[in-house]
Design a protein around this ligand. Structure first.
Ligand code: SF4
Ligand code: MG
Length: 321
């Protein structure tokens, strides 16, 4: 069976600069895949590429394919993409305010999705909206539906955005750091509500995050992005028990609890290079504690791992991982 979503050799550019460079991963039906990496690694860009929104930031697909249920999204017209967005592909953005219209009542904003994508009547759409709001544990859904976004807390607004993403009866939800703009106290709650609903409905979720703790808790598999390339793609069990890529190991070292057990919070020295300053060879080499001389010259190829994952590191080909 084909994957629900698969990216192969995807490159995205702005002008002559390649921001994503040969990115590939796949997502199966009913699966939660974490896409992780520090900010600047290309996570949001990947989400924009899948949803056909690259033109918003002046970027475009240079090479490669994005297959959703067999069809290549990079070859679709704007009209076809608009039909998919909000319909079979739901999108939850980082900041709920960018997804909500400040001058419309939130219930109406959810109604519109199922009217447009499922062809429901106004009354059928409203009862679907109230039902979804209740499933998202929004207390007093009727009153909240009549509110304007500014009357709601950040956590409540993000529940409304998740209801909008679910309203079109999607097969796939893409959530780009869905809790980053929220208070720490409500972050865990929103992730739990989102992933519970996704599991109950058998939907696929691409969860973009920089939080390896969240990945450990809710994801089935992980793709690790570094400077526009995939460093490692693995099952969650594999990546936490035996991370193959030095960057993954460093990221896992950044989980507060595990880092504390190891004796202090370790950051990864240095920062993700910008696209204009991507180094030759392995892009992680200036920060890598395991780098060998070849790393500054040759780009590491993706290698299969015994557990079905892949890793792009010269030490893997040398059998040293
Ligand atoms: Fe480190 Fe070299 Fe592996 Fe890159 S290829 S992660 S620099 S060891
Ligand atoms: Mg981002």
């Amino acid at each position: 069976m084909t994957s629900l979503l698969s990216l192969s050799q995807l490159s995205v550019k702005v002008g002559r600069t390649r921001l994503l460079d040969g990115v590939g991963f796949s997502l199966e039906r009913g699966e939660i895949l974490g896409l992780v990496g520090e900010s600047g690694s290309g996570k949001s860009l990947t989400a924009l590429a899948i949803t056909g929104l690259l033109p918003l930031i002046g970027a475009s697909v240079a090479e490669g394919a994005i297959r959703f249920d067999g069809a290549d999204l990079t070859r679709m017209t704007d009209r076809e993409l608009r039909r998919l967005r909000g319909g079979r592909i739901g999108f939850v953005m980082q900041n709920p305010m960018t997804a909500l219209d400040p001058v419309q009542r939130v219930g109406g904003q959810i109604d519109v999705v199922s009217r447009l994508h499922l062809g429901l009547s106004a009354s059928a759409a409203r009862s679907r909206t109230l039902d979804l709001m209740t499933q998202l544990r929004i207390p007093d859904a009727g009153a909240v539906a009549d509110a304007y976004p500014h009357q709601l807390s950040g956590g409540m607004k993000q529940r409304v955005v998740i209801a909008m993403a679910l309203a079109g009866d999607p097969d796939l939800i893409i959530a780009d750091e869905p809790t980053t703009a929220l208070d720490v106290t409500v972050q865990a709650q929103i992730i739990q509500i989102l992933t519970t609903l996704v599991r109950e409905r058998g939907l696929a979720l691409l969860l973009i995050t920089h939080d390896m703790g969240v990945v450990a808790q809710v994801c089935d598999r992980v793709a690790v992005l570094y400077a526009g390339r995939i460093a490692e793609e693995r099952s969650v069990a594999g990546i936490f028990s035996n991370p193959a890529h030095p960057y993954t190991r460093a990221l896992i070292g950044c989980i507060p609890q595990e880092a504390m057990e190891a004796g202090g919070l370790r950051g990864i020295p240095g920062s993700v290079p910008t696209a204009a300053t991507y180094p030759a060879g392995c892009r992680f080499h200036p920060r890598c504690v395991s780098a060998i001389s070849q790393c500054a010259i040759d780009r590491p190829k993706e290698r299969p791992l015994p557990d079905g994952g892949t890793v792009a590191c010269h030490l893997a080909s040398a059998g040293a991982l």
